[in-house]
Design a protein around this ligand. Structure first.
Ligand code: FAD
Ligand code: SF4
Length: 514
């Protein structure tokens, strides 16, 4: 096919997390008049120190996607990270492409991140180009839907949003009622593995790197040698076909027990019954609709029980759409919120895993090795430690955005700053997710192999989580007293003598210094 020549009609912008052949921006591409623009830029790997696996996943998936577009006969203006004249920024690469192709207008599906939208809008303005922004169709809802839901409500809660979406899209519904007669099966979904541990865990499907991925792995090792994490275990899906295989593998082998063990942890077992689909979803190799449909279908044909399927659907139709709405309706001020005035630095062991705390060590080491940790590890081990210690939410945010292969700001920020650090003062979570080491003991086997004791808050064996938990309540007692959901925890705090309080305060200070 003959390639378009400048001036063209549309320069169609495709970002690294917009790898969907059905994306709104691609729906009316005319290969004779339009050019697709994609760019690998250093800025995206360094504005936070993106881990090697995260960068490699994005670049490999982008290169495979660009190839799929070329196979359609479309022209793709693609900059590789190590191209000699790569300016290193989205704005710089866009400027070069605009100068070359002289498009009438720029066109794209709405980007996920505020920062990126600002950069592209500024570029369009600087070059006096119209920017056509289209809805991202890979979600069930739009940000406008969320804003309409939020309007006039004193308090936002995911549960109400989720029920509305179940009704609106007819997901797991029997007429106007939820199938099974209840909206929520959380009570069925909190099992631990008990003393015997998980039995015959189904090994998830992993994907050996092909030639394109091998090239990317070599490139990342060469140009980002000091980025966090490792590459030797890279095996993430990087194409649409692989993403569909990963979805099928989850539905077949892990969905039936997903709900029951959703909150459980086990040392040395990173995957358990989780889907590992977040990166595919966030890069748009899969749409939210097709993932939810696949789970619902598994229930309808009797393959997976309702609590498992409802628990899974809740994460995607509920939480995922909710945090996106929260992000876009609260930005840009949201990122600077620090309701608990937490000022501590991030401890160095978040980058190395070198700590005696067995639960944290396991979660950090697994994160650096695979770019993955499941939700309870992120919330109730990694996030919990930061919350209790009083680490600045910006530092926690930067770390979570750096290390996970699924990390994109629109979903990472509300989860980190809001849900796990209570930095937004209660927009995302109705109370801080604060707990002692006993929670970790109940949900995992970590404490069996740890030199600390979760029942002790002071002394040489005191579990740092337990010490810091009481210290956290003491430091924020006045603020937390206004929250009725904290009443029980504060009542227990009230039982401590002033001598016990002093000892805990000293132990917490000592732990911070160490
Ligand atoms: C501090 C913190 C940071 C997080 N950062 C990210 C992030 O950068 N990117 C990201 O996609 N998720 C993030 N999450 C949410 C969640 O932990 C991950 O989506 C999940 O662990 C990914 O693994 P999985 O695909 O195996 O999920 P599963 O347990 O199999 O869940 C299924 C899917 O539901 C969605 N989901 C589940 N929980 C959430 C949630 N709280 N918010 C939004 N979607 C959810 C994901 O798309 C996930 O793939 C974060 C959570 C916390 C507490
Ligand atoms: S004792 Fe404390 S630090 Fe050790 S594994 Fe248990 S919760 Fe983690």
């Amino acid at each position: 096919m003959q390639q378009p020549t400048p001036p063209i009609r549309h320069l169609v912008i495709v970002l690294g997390d917009q790898l969907d052949l059905n994306a709104s921006a691609l729906q009316d591409v005319d290969p004779h008049r339009d050019v697709v623009w994609m760019a690998e830029v250093m800025e995206e790997s360094t504005h936070v120190p993106s881990s090697k696996q995260r960068t490699a996943l994005f670049l490999s998936a982008m290169r495979h996607f660009a190839q799929a577009l070329r196979e359609r006969g479309w022209t793709v203006h693609y900059t590789q990270l190590d191209d000699a004249d790569n300016s290193g920024t989205l704005a710089g690469e866009l400027a070069r492409a605009i100068a070359h192709w002289q498009p009438e207008a720029l066109c794209m599906s709405a980007p996920g991140d505020w920062r990126v939208l600002q950069a592209i809008q500024a570029s369009a303005k600087a070059h006096q180009k119209l920017l056509a922004l289209r809805d991202d169709l890979s979600f069930f809802t739009t940000v406008r839907d969320f804003a309409a839901h939020a309007k006039g409500r004193k308090q936002l809660r995911m549960e109400y949003w989720y029920r509305e979406q179940r009704q609106r899209f007819g997901v797991l519904m029997d007429g106007k009622q939820p199938v099974g007669g209840q909206w929520n099966f959380d009570a069925d979904n909190r099992a631990s593995f008990g003393k015997q541990g998980p039995q015959e865990l189904p090994a998830p499907q992993r994907f050996a790197p092909d030639e394109t991925t091998e090239d990317v792995l070599a490139l990342v090792s060469r140009v980002l040698p000091h980025a966090p994490g490792q590459l030797s275990d890279f095996a993430w899906p990087v194409t649409r076909a692989q993403a569909l295989q990963a979805l099928d593998d989850f539905i077949t082998h892990r969905l039936p027990l997903f709900g029951q063990y959703e909150d459980a942890m086990w040392a040395g077992e990173p995957w358990l019954y989780h889907s590992q689909l977040s990166a595919c979803l966030n890069l748009k190799l899969l749409s939210a609709q097709e993932v939810v449909q696949a789970a619902e279908h598994a229930w309808a044909r009797g393959h997976a029980p309702l609590p498992a399927v409802e628990g899974f659907v809740r994460q995607i139709l509920g939480w995922r759409e909710y945090v996106r709405g929260m992000y876009w309706t609260q930005m840009p001020r949201y990122i600077d919120r620090n309701a608990l005035d937490a000022q501590e630095a991030l401890p160095e062991f978040f980058w190395t895993g070198e700590t005696d705390m067995a639960c944290l060590r396991d979660a950090v080491q697994q994160t650096l090795r695979y770019g993955y940790a499941h939700h309870i590890q992120r919330l109730m081990v990694l996030g919990l430690y930061g919350l209790l210690r009083g680490v600045h939410p910006q530092h926690m945010h930067a770390w979570f955005l750096s290390v996970y292969v699924d990390a994109v700001e629109w979903v990472e920020l509300p989860n980190t700053l809001g849900m796990s650090q209570f930095g937004d003062g209660g927009l995302m979570a109705s109370k801080p997710y604060a707990a002692t080491g006993k929670y970790i003991q109940r949900m995992s086997n970590h404490c069996q192999g740890c030199r600390f004791d979760p029942a002790q808050s002071v002394g040489p064996q005191a579990c740092p989580y337990t010490t810091l938990y009481w210290d956290f309540l003491m430091r924020h007692e006045a603020l937390l007293k206004t929250n009725p959901r904290m009443a029980m925890q504060l009542k227990n705090l009230g039982r401590l003598s002033s001598a016990q309080r002093d000892a805990i305060g000293q132990a917490a200070a000592l732990h911070r210094q160490s």
